[in-house]
Design a protein around this ligand. Structure first.
Ligand SMILES: Cc1cc2nc3c(=O)[nH]c(=O)nc-3n(C[C@H](O)[C@H](O)[C@H](O)COP(=O)(O)O)c2cc1C
Length: 382
């Protein structure tokens, strides 16, 4: 697939789609799917979205309400925002973390509620690397220095994200091992908290992406240089997670399929990586995002703009994929699943704007297997 702005909805409807629909009364978007031992009621996943509202990495009523509402709203999978494995891995000082038991127990309350609404609770684990220690979006997303309550950032190499950003400390082998250990411990706590899907955040210019992209990694050791060396930290991250995550539970990976920058990581690199992951057999879905590692990126944004990436990974590697990015119209979401472009659609801002998007989409698409929460039954007026 080339990185053009190929329209994702070019194959939306037509007799073929209608014929398939006639054989099964339910639209593809509302057909269940099973990953290992976990069955999801539909193909809609809440995309991870930082709320920048935690204290000491611990979730509170905001997170409970935010995630709980998307579960009562009918999403199949409700994923947390990026939950960071170590304090220095947080994007902002107000992000969620999972390096202690108090954080685990507060997350467990949310995961339990989400599961009782019939949604699958998922957690995204991450580390921001050189993009850590910034202010919240509504405070300007600027780097916050240690003198102002921030901290020293780390990365694969001493290369700043952009002009005016701090130069991170390049991780030595002990530092890399410490991050892998933190990831394993966070994965263990995620399981103890009751999450059924864990997603590794390896996209958007955060630590793992910084390792695999040649734009942010100029190491000369076994973690830099060749393709195999640059993906080593990602592969070791998966090993660390699988050492604590049961074999019967799914593991997703969010990748930036392309850097969208000349000389950067490409979709072809992602295909090569995903073929390797497919052969390893420990990853269940590639959440196909892009960009975030270099401010020079040029992304042609339009509805479904990253769907071609999900399609390419799915077709060329045989791995299941999730499509994300401006999938706000139920028809578009339905066509992505019906066309075989992806196995799931992830909605971010669409579900922020309307937690009941899945229930409304079910009505629009005439799904027959969807029930509103009994408390809300009388509101089914769409
Ligand atoms: C407020 C906000 C916070 C986000 N935080 C995360 C995050 O924690 N992890 C992540 O992988 N992506 C994050 N994203 C990206 C979204 O998950 C999603 O990929 C992106 O918004 C595109 O999807 P959409 O057009 O449906 O919003 C965030 C997006 C928004 C708007």
């Amino acid at each position: 697939m080339s990185e053009t702005n190929a329209s994702a909805d070019s194959r939306v409807t037509g007799e073929n789609a209608r014929r398939i629909l006639r054989r099964d009364p339910n639209p593809h978007l509302f057909r269940p799917i099973t990953f290992r031992s976990v069955t999801v009621r539909n193909r809609i996943m809440l995309s991870p979205m930082c709320q920048y509202s935690a204290q000491d990495g611990t979730p509170n009523d905001w997170h409970f309400t935010h995630l709980g509402a998307r579960a009562t709203g009918g999403a199949g999978i409700v994923c947390t925002e990026a939950v960071h494995v170590a304090p220095r891995g947080r994007i902002t000082a107000h992000d969620l973390g999972l390096w202690n038991d108090a954080q685990r127990d507060a997350l467990a309350r949310i995961a339990g509620f989400v599961a009782r609404q019939g949604a699958v609770p998922a957690i995204q684990l991450g580390h921001a690397g050189r993009k850590a220690s910034v202010g919240r979006p509504w405070e300007g997303t600027r780097p916050v220095p240690p003198s102002d309550g921030g901290w020293t950032t780390v990365g694969p190499s001493a290369l700043a994200y952009a002009d005016g950003w701090p130069i991170p400390t390049a991780l030595d082998s002990a530092g890399i091992q410490a991050e892998l250990d933190a990831l394993a411990q966070a994965t263990r706590r995620a399981f103890e908290a009751g999450f059924k899907i864990v997603e590794l955040h390896a996209a958007h210019g955060y630590l793992i992406h910084q390792f695999y992209s040649p734009l942010s990694n100029d190491r000369r050791d076994s973690y830099g240089g060749s393709f195999d060396n640059r993906i080593r930290f990602l592969v070791e991250s998966l090993d660390a997670m699988r050492s604590e995550w049961p074999a019967d539970l799914p593991l997703f990976v969010r990748l930036s399929i392309s850097d969208w920058v000349e000389g950067g990581w490409t979709a072809e690199d992602s295909v090569r990586l995903c073929k390797l992951l497919k052969a390893r057999g420990d990853v269940d879905l590639i959440d196909s995002s892009s960009g975030g590692n270099d401010p020079r990126q040029q992304i042609p944004i339009h509805p479904g703009y990253q769907v071609p990436f999900a399609r390419q990974i799915r077709t060329e590697t045989g791995l299941a994929t999730g499509a994300v990015g401006l999938i706000n119209a139920p028809d578009l979401a339905e066509s992505i699943i019906a066309n075989g472009d992806a196995d799931l659609v992830l909605l971010g801002r669409g579900l922020l704007a309307d937690p009941h998007w899945p229930l409304k989409a079910a009505t629009m698409l005439k799904a027959q297997n969807v029930v509103w929460p009994v408390q809300y039954e009388r509101s089914n007026i769409f």
